[in-house]
Design a protein around this ligand. Structure first.
Ligand code: FBP
Length: 419
């Protein structure tokens, strides 16, 4: 069809069709043929090109200016939103103290910075203890579900029937502390002899002594039980067993974990007493109090009065005097739980010698010594008869001792009747 007829044909078709289907707002105006849309390939190539370019630009700026700078505006915005949000939630008069949201680890690290020459070895040991505490706490809470209640069928070196959880907790602590390369000796209430892991020249500079599950006779009834630990630096004299038999005043750290309504860890490294609570949501021990001081003037004694007839006359006189002087009595039967109450509320805890336990029941190295250091660091007093518990030089790992500990005024009230 030659050109004149072609124009005629186009005009004819244009006049008829275009009026009905003419596109609106500038897309392919009547005079200009509609724009060729880029083919699929071209479009894909363009998009990829742009994509590649923006990736390159952000990569270059990230590496050039650094992540913080690139996201700084978002961080500032987020921080502002949170702060204003927090301000709205928590009125300004509530000043955030420096110990909010401080974990056990960060607390130990900051404590170590106060000791020139500190090597960070502590954090290493304490982190193993906190790990073990979380695992044991879990076992204790699910004791009846996981059927780990009841005795394990063996008698330990104390002549006590071992509970299944005594054995499980012991293994958990042995495993957690066992792979800490600065631990030379592990000594447990459940094992007759200490575990010699590493020589001192192999890095085994510390001994950790512990009662894996104190008060385990209360397990079946879901009453608070605990783990007690003591850390000693191994001197270079004599064998490692001998080097471990040091008086309690030489402890470089001591503490306990209470598995009760919450899991509480109380610790001293010789610079006051700090308390942490396990926040299950974040799986971390969070600092809730430090520089704890035992309140004085609380007229509460804690002892198993069923043994009174076996107590010394001085102690029997004290109890008669206390009954006449509006004293109250509290006794859980788990040393960790009873001592924790004394630490926070005041009063006095005593497990004196009795007729059938003339040396007392509690063990010096991994029950009395760590508790005595905690109590003294919190401004209290801890004695065995007339002696300061921390000055007793141990003769054996499982040596027993009598224990009277609490606020100075309440311990002195007892001593005024017994000495
Ligand atoms: P273990 O459970 O570690 O052997 O501890 C001994 C303990 O249960 C202490 O926790 C507690 O203070 C004391 O014995 C209770 O003894 P008793 O039953 O004679 O009052």
């Amino acid at each position: 069809m030659h050109s004149s007829t072609l124009e005629g044909a186009i005009e004819a078709s244009a006049s008829t069709a275009s009026i009905a289907s003419a596109p609106s707002c500038g897309e392919g105006t009547l005079e200009s043929p509609p724009k060729k849309r880029p083919t699929g390939v071209l479009r894909a190539a363009t998009i990829t090109g742009w994509g590649f370019l923006s990736v390159m630009v952000s990569f270059l700026s990230l590496s050039w200016f650094g992540v913080e700078w690139c996201f700084h505006p978002c961080v500032v915005l987020l921080r502002h939103r949170t702060e204003t949000h927090v301000e709205r939630l928590v009125p300004m008069e509530h000043t955030w103290t420096e110990d909010n949201l401080e974990s056990l680890q960060s607390h130990i690290l900051s404590e170590e910075q106060k000791h020139p020459g500190a090597t960070g070895e502590f954090t290493w040991i304490i982190s193993a203890i906190s790990l073990a505490a979380k695992a044991i706490g879990n076992k204790v809470r699910c004791a009846r579900i996981q059927d780990v209640i009841g005795d394990a069928g063996d008698v330990n070196v104390q002549g006590e029937m071992q509970q299944k959880l005594d054995v499980i907790s012991n293994e958990i602590i042995m495993r957690c502390l066992g792979n800490r390369d600065n631990v030379g000796v592990l000594a447990s209430e459940e094992n007759e002899t200490p575990l010699l892991l590493r020589r001192r020249d192999e890095g085994g500079r510390y001994a950790v002594l512990f009662d894996p599950l104190d008060g385990s006779s209360n397990l079946d009834v879901s009453v608070g039980v605990g783990t007690i630990f003591s850390v000693l630096r191994l001197s270079n004299e004599g064998s490692r067993e001998e080097a471990m038999l040091q008086k309690g005043a030489n402890q470089v750290a001591a503490g306990y974990v209470l598995y009760g309504s919450s899991t509480v860890l109380v610790l001293t490294t010789g610079n006051g007493v700090a308390m942490f609570v396990l926040d299950q949501a974040i799986g971390s021990f969070v600092l809730v109090a430090k520089s704890l001081q035992i309140p004085s003037g609380n007229k509460t004694y804690s002892t198993n009065e069923a043994y009174t007839d076996g107590y010394s006359s001085g102690l029997q006189n004290y109890l008669k005097w206390a009954h006449k002087n509006e004293y109250s009595s509290r006794y859980i039967g788990s040393m960790v739980a009873d001592v924790h109450r004394v630490l926070l509320k005041g009063g006095v805890f005593l497990y004196p010698p009795t007729t059938d336990k003339p040396d007392g029941k509690l063990r010096l190295m991994y029950e009395a010594n760590p508790m005595a250091l905690i109590i003294e660091q919190a401004g209290g007093k801890a004695v065995a008869g007339d002696d300061r518990i921390l000055d007793i030089v141990p003769k054996g790992l499982h040596q027993r001792t009598s224990v009277i500990l609490g606020s100075v005024d309440q311990v002195d009230a007892i001593l005024s009747h017994t000495t």
